[in-house]
Design a protein around this ligand. Structure first.
Ligand SMILES: Nc1ncnc2c1ncn2[C@@H]1O[C@H](COP(=O)(O)OP(=O)(O)OP(=O)(O)O)[C@@H](O)[C@H]1O
Ligand SMILES: [Mg+2]
Length: 302
């Protein structure tokens, strides 16, 4: 809906908004109306994202649940070694986007996609991709902790077991390393053979994070990992995200704006299946390009 002549690329168009030579350029306030009306528009992707090495690249990615389109031509680069938060109102497609990265949506009947996602430059959706192998490279943690009904030890090393690892020493070392990284080692080191189901919710979630990182994934996908946790457990998981972000790329869906501000380097704002604005987290929260983003992050809608 935005028109600027000559027609520049999406990024260039976004930059024009900040162009000092055009200070009086009125900021469009109709993005959400345009989305609701089914019009196309260019998301505001900030310049701070260009030049970063993307571990994950979405190229015009769309997803349909049967006749219903849930994601609309999303193009975005997820920078390597950073935490990227996905925010937006309920039902806007955040979980769908995350589940598309490790192809969990393949398990839903009638799902169809258009466009592509590339992990380290290689298509995730190419028909030759080994989905089991792909999922090993992507750790995922869900809203509700989902420990398996087995011991703490067996839970953590499960991804290595299904990968055929049998050497006890290797498994023990990997287990300890993952539990330490997930900041739960001290709480469970004396009862590794106890059932994981006896842990508290916050402990179970950190256990699930340990399981998600034990095989050194390329990207860690976290879908509202703290929403079932109390404030103290939430804080621990946030500290943990901060710590593991030194080594991993993290994508985190959250409804908690403070959490997005605390843990992420970049934030993507989605609305009705579209990417609306994407940039460095402080910019998105303090100086967003679009008034709609400002309204959302300040709690005025959604
Ligand atoms: N398995 C499914 N089959 C059909 N439609 C689905 C399915 N999963 C999600 N949807 C639809 O896709 C849209 C996006 O859902 P999604 O769960 O991705 O949203 P979300 O942003 O994660 O929401 P929330 O913040 O409530 O978790 C919604 O309209 C939802 O009803
Ligand atoms: Mg969701």
């Amino acid at each position: 809906m935005e028109t600027t002549a000559p027609k520049p690329s999406g990024l260039r168009r976004t930059l024009l908004r900040d162009d000092a030579a055009r200070p009086s350029q009125p900021v469009k306030t109709l993005v959400l109306d345009a989305i609701r009306a089914g019009e196309t528009f260019t998301p505001a992707v900030h310049a701070s994202l260009s030049g970063l090495d993307p571990v994950l690249r979405l190229n015009d990615f769309s997803l349909f649940y049967g006749p219903t389109q849930a994601l609309f031509s999303i193009s975005m680069n997820v920078p390597r070694g950073k935490v990227t938060a996905i925010i937006g109102p309920s039902g806007c497609g955040k979980s769908t986007l995350l589940r598309s990265v490790n192809r969990l949506n393949d398990l839903v009947d009638g799902v169809r996609i258009e466009g592509d996602m590339l992990l380290n430059g290689r298509s995730i959706y190419d028909r030759h991709v080994d989905v089991i192998d792909l999922r090993k490279r992507l750790g995922m943690v869900f809203q509700k902790p989902n420990p398996f009904p087995m011991s703490i030890f067996e839970n953590v090393i499960y991804p290595l077991r299904i990968d055929g690892e049998r050497r006890r020493r290797v498994l023990e070392e990997a287990c300890e390393r993952a539990l330490r990284s997930a900041a739960i080692w001290d709480e469970v080191k004396d009862r590794l053979n106890a059932s994981a189901l006896r842990l508290s919710g916050g402990q179970q979630q950190r256990l699930c994070i340990a399981r998600a990182i034990v095989a050194d994934p390329e990207v860690l996908l976290l879908d509202e990992p703290c929403s079932a946790l109390d404030p103290i457990a939430t804080l621990r998981v946030e500290e943990l995200i901060h710590e593991i972000s030194q080594r991993y790329t993290v994508m985190i869906v959250t409804h908690n704006m403070q959490q997005a501000m605390r843990v992420s380097h970049f934030t993507a704002f989605m609305y009705l299946g579209r990417l609306v604005e994407y940039g460095a987290t402080p910019e998105i929260f303090q100086r967003p390009h679009l008034p709609e983003t400002e309204q959302y992050v300040t709690g005025r809608f959604g």
